[in-house]
Design a protein around this ligand. Structure first.
Ligand code: NAD
Length: 277
């Protein structure tokens, strides 16, 4: 089973399915990531905030895979939005990961109420991109108005916008604005941390396809064109979440799942989240 790739707006190819390591404990991260790489995942999504970049780097080194076979994303932590802090924090990420280049580096949250304007932060990411040490740069949790400001006021259009998306939060507006600017949507918490899995519409479609509810929801994301990286430290679930390329949902089934939207966030509202760890 091979994972399709999506071409970002700078031509870089990203595997549409990856492995997320949010809430994976630092001392479990190497093992969990190695399991994912063994199963076949070739895209890992970490962040400075997760405090587990070191384990991700160790797993990649131990896997025996060539560097260009694994797509690695990390994200700038909230305390480092000032220009020089962002440059320094990026270098520290590379060091912890044991890499000399990231495939994708994101501003983790827009933090609209802090002193540092995210446009300043983005200019630091543009410098990192120009230096070649990040093959692509993007944002996370940016609302439509934040995306529009970056597009209007800076030179490099983000390659991705990583936002919370799942059947209870379909994010039609932000996905449309991303698409309008050629920005790929990455869907975080793709199964809403399990919350959507016992919904009868989803369990019904799963039974019809002889697949699990998680597989149906992940397949729904894939057919909508978003990039996903479900998280699990349980090998059987890591395998289950990877086995989504041998069946197809019908348009009507996708419509039924779209209709489950209730604008329900499991995570913070980016307009109000200004937390610095
Ligand atoms: P998720 O939707 O991937 O759910 C993960 C949880 O669901 C697991 O802890 C496990 O309990 C359960 N699970 C996983 N597979 C399952 C299966 N097959 N059957 C039943 N239960 C299963 O949620 P997430 O970890 O929050 O999101 C995925 C990734 O998105 C993260 O690891 C991280 O990389 C990224 N993320 C980014 C942000 C951001 O602000 N940019 C925020 C949250 C998550």
């Amino acid at each position: 089973m091979s994972v399709p790739t999506i071409a970002l707006n700078n031509g870089i190819e990203i595997p549409q399915l990856g492995f997320g390591v949010y809430q994976v404990k630092p001392d479990q991260t190497k093992e969990a990531t190695l399991t994912a790489l063994e199963v076949g995942y070739r895209h890992i999504d970490t962040a400075q905030m997760y405090r587990n970049e070191k384990g991700v780097g160790e797993a990649i080194a131990e896997s025996g895979l060539a560097r260009d076979e694994v797509f690695v994303t990390s994200k700038l932590n909230n305390g480092f939005h000032a220009h020089d802090d962002a440059l320094h924090a990026f270098d520290e990420s590379l060091e912890r990961l044991g890499l000399d280049q990231l495939d994708l580096f994101l501003i983790h949250w827009p933090l609209p109420a802090i002193d540092v304007d995210f446009v300043e932060t983005w200019k630091a990411l543009e410098e990192i991109y120009a230096s070649g040490r990040a093959r692509s740069i993007g944002v996370s949790n940016f609302q439509p108005k934040h995306v529009r400001r970056l597009v209007q006021e800076t030179d490099v259009v983000p390659a991705v916008n990583q936002v919370e998306v799942h059947p209870f939060l379909t994010q039609d507006e932000v996905r449309a604005v991303n698409a309008e600017h050629g920005i790929a949507t990455e869907a975080w918490s793709p199964i809403a941390q399990g919350l959507v899995l016992d919904n009868p519409v989803i369990t019904g479609i799963a039974a019809d396809h002889d697949k699990t509810p998680a597989q149906v929801v992940l397949r729904w994301h894939v057919q909508r064109g978003d990039i996903i990286f479900p998280k699990s430290v349980t090998r059987s679930r890591v395998e289950e979440n990877f086995a989504i390329f041998d069946f197809e949902l019908e348009e009507a089934e996708i419509g039924l799942i779209n209709a489950l939207n209730k604008d329900h966030r499991t995570g913070p509202d980016p307009d109000e989240f200004n937390w610095i760890p």
